[in-house]
Structure formats: structure tokens, C-alpha cells
Ligand binder design. Structure first.
Ligand SMILES: Cc1cc2nc3c(=O)[nH]c(=O)nc-3n(C[C@H](O)[C@H](O)[C@H](O)COP(=O)(O)OP(=O)(O)OC[C@H]3O[C@@H](n4cnc5c(N)ncnc54)[C@H](O)[C@@H]3O)c2cc1C
Length: 505
């Protein structure tokens, strides 16, 4: 079996701590510089173009754009190296609907005014299955095998989530919305950010093991941290932020592609074509007079470059910004990121007990990982010579830093075995059937909204521009790591620069 190990360029990134870079030998002058080519940076580039501005550059440390929305590819399929789907957006998010329309993901609008999504980009059925009590069943919420008490608790839980989804605060905003900054500032609801999701479940006498395992899975899936560590406001937002109101039948569905959200990154990339410096690590950002001076290391030529810009957008996470800017360590420390591990397996066959067929998303109830995506699911080719699946694992613990050290210390054989041991619960012969495994490590995968963070001081401070010259846009400033947040961060920051408006995180 062939094992491959990859990850974000943490070796180059870690040089930010020692900053042993050569002195700059060249200069570039540019009005606008975007540092970071993830979704937020690419969205900012798109917004510049939409506003008629093309004299900008995008600086990216990796040899490709996309950040957490990047992908890999083998001879059988493309596969995600991070984000893999976009749930159907809220109907009132017209900016996102417009983007989806431009990219022919929305093909038009029906007589009732609802968008018509391209069927080929919506998950094909069967969409989700759950391995629960030794059987696969449809959906991720267990329908069979629960006691009556479990059933009751699921009903109570979902009724509460419906309330949170539909209700608006006195300020007229939904209690929970996307982007998060549009949510109501209702004081009672904000208090939910002070407790963990587990505490909220306890307070509401929700103790069913089956329900707890399900909610824990959802939190680990969206935030990298489980119910014991994640804020209740964030946990509820997972269920209540999406209104399921963009189609007339209010069906929950997602948009997905074999390469995951790298498809969306690809659509955004065209706006910065010919304006990108890849393999460039920004290592210092300072204001000087009426300009901003950025020092970056060109990892290909092994030389440094000085970029002088009028305005700089840091579309980089705060754990990076703390090394680029002076006096940012305190703020940086408040941002916690859950490490992630992805493993893409090429298997000759995926034997299971076929109680429910292989689906796009396949989750094993109560397992350590988050299950796997069948990467070829959206292919119209029914019979595949080999199957390609991507397994997801987030390191949910009270000591994220320790998890990160473990992530990088352990060898690839260790991770391979962990993946197999987890998948064996549903696929006992997975190890013999696997021909190739690519393990992808993300040390700072995802911002984790621990209690007190979402509406705390650090997040607000981190979003404030510096002397009207250095601006910020990254999904971690929202506190929730999803495409929509990064997309809107990029748009809002450009509007703030060009219109002089202030940003609210
Ligand atoms: C495992 C995983 C699964 C996910 N799944 C989903 C999903 O299914 N759906 C979803 O909506 N979201 C998902 N997400 C969230 C995802 O992070 C966001 O959707 C989005 O891609 C974040 O974009 P961003 O621009 O905010 O950040 P990033 O992707 O972090 O982009 C930042 C960019 O800055 C670059 N950079 C960093 N430091 C420097 C420097 N010093 N110099 C130059 N460049 C630098 C980085 O290389 C990167 O390209 C997932 C995240 C992870 C980790």
C-alpha cells in the first residue's frame, strides 16, 4: 500500500517565529495588496474587480490558491483537501446568490422567485447514511435503534432549534444568521456564548446518549471541537443559522463537487489571474508615513521582496497575523484553532453490509472521526474501477496545542492505522482493500468558537483596521469557519476600504 503525507506549508510558516529571512533585494509598488489567497482573499480580489479596480496583487505562501478550499487529485478522482460543500444559502443572502448565478450554479429563477440550482451540483441521492448499531441507515439522525426516550429528546431538541431558526430579536434580526455579524444582538441569546453546548444540553435536560453523540458529531464537524468545548451559541448556530428557505419545498441540500469547495475557489481565482505572487510568505507588515510596507520571502528564488502599498488586506488567520504585525501576540493567543487530519483512500472495493447504499456522506455513529465522503459521488459514471473516499478527523480536546504537537510528531504509519481502526467498525476489510492512502494534516485547520470568544474583545480588536491602511478579512474574524463567512469578509473589507465604512465582526 502506498502512503503519502501532505499538509499546509507549516515548515515555511514556522519560519515566521524566527524570521531568518534575507534582506529584501527588490521593491514592488502597488496600490492594493491582499495577503492570503484563501476564499476571503480571493473574494476581496473579486470585489476589487467588481468595483472597477484592477491594480492589486494577491500574495500567497503556498504554490496554489484556495487555502482551506483546495484539492488534490489522483488518477481516479479529484478530492478535497479541506472544505467540501456549501449548504444551500439563505434566501436573503442575495450577494451569495448573485455569485452562484454568475458561476452557473444557479441557472435561473422560477415563477415564484426561487432560484433553480443546477441539479448536477446538488448532492445526488443517496446523500447521507449513518452506521448505527451495526446497520447503515438513511440520514445522519438515527431513525432506527432509538428508545422512545431518545426519540422524545430528538423531537424536543429539533423543536428548540426550529424556534431558534425562525425567531428574530427586538432589533429585527434573526437570533442566528449567516454571516454571523447579521445575527441579533439580543442579550439573552448572546448569553449562550458564555456556556458550552454540553452545558446547554444539560440545562435543557437533554441527556439521551444518542442525541448527545449526534450533536457532538455536528459540532466537531463544523468547529473541530465537540460539545464539551464549543460555545452553546455556536452549537445552536450550526442548526439555526441556515433557514432552509431558498427552495419552495424548504428541502435541506448542499452543493458539492468531487474537489469540494476548491470548485468555488476556482470560480473566484479568475479575478486575480496574472495578479498573484505564489510561494511568497509575508513576514512583516508595517505602516510608514502614508504607505504600508510589507516584507515577503519568495520561497522559489530564496530572496525577499519589499512591497509598498497604499492599503493592505490581511486575509490571513490571526495565528499568522500575530507574527506579521507588532503587538498582536495578546490578540493572537485568544484565537484557538482545531487541528484536522484528512485521509483520502483509494480502495479496490468498499465492502459493507449494504443495509443502506454508499452515499455522499457516510458517518459512523460514536466513532472518533467524522466519517467519509465518497468523492466520486457526483460522477455520472455509475461503475468506478476504484473508489476514492476522504475521511475527516478533527482533534477535539481541552488542549489543542498538545494535539497539534502530536499531529506533527507522529509518523504517517501511525495516522494510517488510526484511520483504518476507525473505519473498520463499518468496513472490517478496509485495510486489505486500500491501495493508496494520502494523509493531509492541517495544524491550524479551523477557528474554534470556545465560550466567550464570539462576542469577546479579542475578535473585535483583531478586526479593527490599523491607521486606515491595514485591513483584515478572514473567516476566523467571524469565529465560524464556513465559506459564506470568508466570502462576505472579502467583500466587506473592500467596501470598507473604498467607502470608508467601518467593519463590525
Ligand atoms: C478540514 C476542513 C473542512 C472544512 N469544510 C468546510 C466545508 O465543507 N464547507 C465550508 O463552507 N467550510 C469548510 N471549512 C472552512 C474553510 O476554512 C472556509 O470555508 C474557507 O475556505 C476559509 O477561507 P479563508 O480565506 O478565511 O481562510 P484560509 O483558507 O485559511 O486562507 C488563508 C490563506 O492565507 C495564506 N497565508 C497564510 N499565511 C500567509 C503568509 N504569511 N503569507 C502569505 N499567505 C499566507 C494561506 O496559505 C491560505 O491560503 C473547512 C475547513 C477545514 C479545515
Amino acid at each position: 500500500m502506498f502512503i503519502r503525507l501532505s499538509g499546509t506549508n507549516h515548515i515555511l510558516g514556522h519560519r515566521l517565529r524566527v524570521k531568518n529571512f534575507p534582506k529584501p533585494t527588490r521593491q514592488i509598488h502597488i496600490p492594493y495588496l491582499i495577503i492570503g489567497g484563501g476564499i476571503s482573499g480571493l473574494s476581496a480580489a473579486r470585489q476589487f474587480r467588481k468595483r472597477g479596480i484592477s491594480d492589486f496583487l494577491v500574495l500567497e505562501l503556498e504554490n496554489h490558491l484556495g487555502g482551506n478550499s483546495s484539492n488534490g487529485e489522483n488518477q481516479y478522482s479529484k478530492f478535497p483537501l479541506g472544505a467540501h460543500y456549501l449548504p444551500l444559502p439563505n434566501f436573503h443572502d442575495k450577494t451569495l446568490l448573485k455569485f452562484l448565478e454568475e458561476e452557473k450554479i444557479i441557472l435561473g429563477y422560477n415563477a415564484k422567485g426561487f432560484p433553480e440550482f443546477d441539479e448536477a451540483q446538488l448532492t445526488f441521492t443517496p446523500q447521507e447514511r449513518l452506521f448505527y448499531k451495526n446497520e447503515w441507515q438513511e440520514g445522519l439522525v438515527p431513525k432506527y435503534g432509538n428508545s422512545n426516550a431518545d426519540e422524545n429528546e430528538f423531537q424536543v431538541f429539533f423543536a428548540k432549534m426550529d424556534y431558534f431558526r425562525e425567531t428574530k430579536g427586538a432589533d429585527g434580526n434573526y437570533l442566528f444568521d449567516i454571516p454571523l455579524m447579521n445575527s441579533s444582538k439580543d442579550a439573552q441569546t448572546l448569553k449562550l456564548d458564555n456556556i458550552t453546548m454540553k452545558q446547554w444540553l444539560d440545562e435543557n435536560q437533554l441527556t439521551s446518549k444518542s442525541l448527545i453523540a449526534y450533536v457532538d458529531y455536528c459540532c466537531r464537524d463544523d468547529f473541530g471541537l465537540g460539545i464539551d468545548f464549543v460555545s452553546a451559541w455556536a452549537g445552536i448556530h450550526y442548526f439555526a443559522g441556515r433557514k432552509h428557505n431558498v427552495t419552495s419545498d424548504r428541502k435541506e441540500n448542499v452543493l458539492t463537487w468531487p474537489e469540494g469547495n476548491a470548485r468555488l475557489a476556482m470560480h473566484l481565482k479568475k479575478y486575480s489571474e496574472g495578479k498573484t505572487l505564489k510561494n511568497h510568505l509575508a513576514y512583516e507588515v508595517k505602516t510608514a508615513g502614508n504607505k504600508t510596507v510589507v516584507h515577503a520571502f519568495d520561497d522559489r528564488k530564496k530572496e525577499s521582496v519589499e512591497i509598498i502599498a497604499d492599503k493592505v488586506i490581511l486575509a490571513t488567520p490571526q495565528f499568522v497575523n500575530q507574527y506579521l504585525l507588532e503587538n498582536r501576540m495578546q490578540i493572537g493567543r485568544e484565537f484557538q484553532y482545531a487541528p484536522w487530519l484528512l485521509a483520502t483512500l483509494t480502495v479496490s472495493d468498499l465492502t459493507d453490509n449494504y443495509s443502506y447504499p454508499l452515499s455522499w456522506d457516510n458517518v459512523i455513529h460514536g466513532s472518533k472521526g467524522l466519517g467519509y465522503i465518497y468523492d466520486q459521488h457526483q460522477s455520472v459514471q455509475q461503475v468506478q474501477p476504484k473508489k476514492v473516499i476522504t475521511y475527516y478527523y478533527s482533534f477535539s480536546s481541552s488542549d489543542i496545542r498538545k494535539s497539534r504537537r502530536t499531529l506533527y510528531r507522529q509518523k504517517k504509519d501511525y495516522w494510517k492505522q488510526m484511520v483504518f481502526d476507525d473505519l473498520k467498525k463499518a468496513h472490517p476489510d478496509i485495510e486489505e482493500k486500500t491501495e493508496e492512502i494520502s494523509i493531509h494534516l492541517l495544524g491550524h485547520g479551523m477557528i474554534s468558537p470556545v465560550p466567550g470568544f464570539l462576542f469577546g474583545v479579542a475578535k473585535k480588536e483583531a478586526a479593527k483596521n490599523i491607521e486606515n491602511k491595514i485591513f483584515f478579512a478572514h473567516s476566523d474574524l467571524a469565529g465560524i469557519s464556513i465559506f459564506e463567512e470568508a466570502f462576505h469578509q472579502g467583500i466587506n473589507v473592500v467596501n470598507a476600504i473604498l467607502d470608508g465604512t467601518t467593519l463590525d465582526s
